[in-house]
Write a protein that binds this ligand. Structure first.
Ligand SMILES: [Zn+2]
Length: 412
């Protein structure tokens, strides 16, 4: 594969189209089925990119973008330059630490790299070309959108401060964050409102038509049909796709509201656990979000993020409003599998099977996998070299202990 990759990388310039790499795939449909998918991609295919193209250019300015989670990303506005056939005029500088480490300044001549769909980034400064009067770039301490204080969060796991600086105004009080949150809400994997693109969201924001996600369901269509670029057909298409989005599954909805650290996969786990939006609101009101710690895959980071989210009255109100407008259906669970209402936990290495495959096998059969030994656990499945403590705890609680073979027999 490596030899083929090398040869193809050299030959690619003779092609009539742009390629940025190769994809290797498992050439057995049977094995592909067993490997399955992660939230974003198949486990049976992997990309191998070609090395990137690069060019030198000068930084005209550095601006700070504010993302959906409040992250401040510095972007270099560079003199337009052709890199591998594409004209590049913006390059990311990643974060504050990166600017300090490379001492990147306005006016500097820098090497910019571009590979495929990835955003071009600055890799080094040509110090020989630096002007004598050039000054260090000072990263702002306040959010350029709302003026709030910014912080670098402390990561308990790595015991270090984050490299990313964030606006502390998490929520809809910061204009840039609010716009990004609404763009996320309508995106394909979330509410999937395809008549309402990112540009339209920005436009509607400027016209004061939207401030919160729920405003999407209360648009003034008469006003919109009088706007430039809108006709009867496009307005009725917009209305149609907004109406269509009102019917949504719980997991998609939980992903759409954009709680930090709750991606597609985690939203699914939460939805499977709470089963309905009502139950979630009850848990929030009773201060019982800690029970999510039982879910395999949900940890303290996610719980804390959920707590922070719901502590904000405005967020709580958005959920209430949206759940009265939308028809949020419970997660479709396979309810006729052999393992229905049974919980499992693994310890030790399984033979001929990955943990991910074992987990999806249980879920396909309506069972669920948990992450700790407690009274709610029905079966502990033991592989090679199990954790002693878990086995002993299970014995104490009278939980059934199965070997991998015994477990597979349950399925047959
Ligand atoms: Zn802000």
């Amino acid at each position: 594969m490596k030899n083929f990759h090398k040869k193809f990388e050299n030959d690619r310039f003779d092609l009539e189209y742009d390629v940025d790499g190769l994809v290797y795939k498992i050439n057995s449909l049977e094995l592909q089925k067993r490997l399955g998918f992660t939230a974003n991609s198949p486990r049976w295919a992997i990309a191998h990119k070609f090395s990137a193209d690069s060019a030198y250019s000068q930084i005209r300015d550095i601006s700070i973008q504010v993302g959906r989670t409040g992250a401040l990303t510095p972007v270099a506005r560079i003199k337009p330059v052709n890199i591998g056939g594409v004209v590049v005029s913006n390059a990311t500088l990643h974060n504050e630490d990166e600017i300090i480490r490379k001492d990147i300044r306005i006016g500097d001549t820098v090497k910019v790299e571009r590979a495929g769909d990835v955003i071009p980034h600055v890799i080094l400064v040509d110090l020989k070309k630096r002007e004598k009067k050039s000054k260090k770039f000072i990263f702002p301490n306040n959010c350029p959108s709302c003026g709030a204080e910014t912080i670098k969060e402390f990561n308990k796991t790595t015991k270090k401060h984050d490299a990313v600086r964030r606006c502390t105004n998490e929520g809809y009080d910061c204009e840039k964050i609010a716009i990004e949150k609404i763009k996320h809400f309508i995106s394909k994997d979330a509410m999937n409102i395809d008549g309402l693109g990112k540009k339209v969201v920005e436009n509607f924001w400027d016209l004061n038509l939207i401030r919160f996600p729920q405003d999407i369901y209360n648009l003034d269509y008469d006003k919109i049909s009088n706007l430039e670029g809108w006709g009867d057909l496009s307005v009725s298409n917009l209305k149609y796709s907004i109406d269509q989005s009102k019917k949504v599954s719980l997991d998609k909805f939980l992903y759409a509201i954009g709680i930090r650290h709750i991606g597609i996969e985690n939203a699914k786990l939460l939805a499977e656990h709470v089963k309905s939006i009502k139950n979630l609101i009850i848990l929030v009101n009773k201060n019982k979000l800690n029970e999510f710690l039982d879910i395999d895959g949900i940890g303290e980071t996610q719980i804390n993020s959920l707590k922070t989210f719901f502590e904000k009255k405005s967020n709580y109100k958005i959920i209430e409003k949206l759940s009265s407008i939308l028809n949020i259906s419970d997660l479709k669970l396979n309810k006729d599998g052999k393992l229905l209402n049974n919980t499992f936990m693994f310890t030790g290495k399984l033979s001929n099977m990955s943990r991910a495959e074992a987990k999806s096998l249980i879920e396909e059969n309506s069972g669920s996998v948990v992450s700790s030994v407690n009274k709610k656990l029905n079966y502990l499945i033991i592989g090679e070299k199990p954790t002693k403590r878990k086995v002993e705890e299970a014995k104490k609680l009278g939980i059934k202990i199965l070997s991998q073979k015994e477990w597979l027999n349950l399925l047959n």
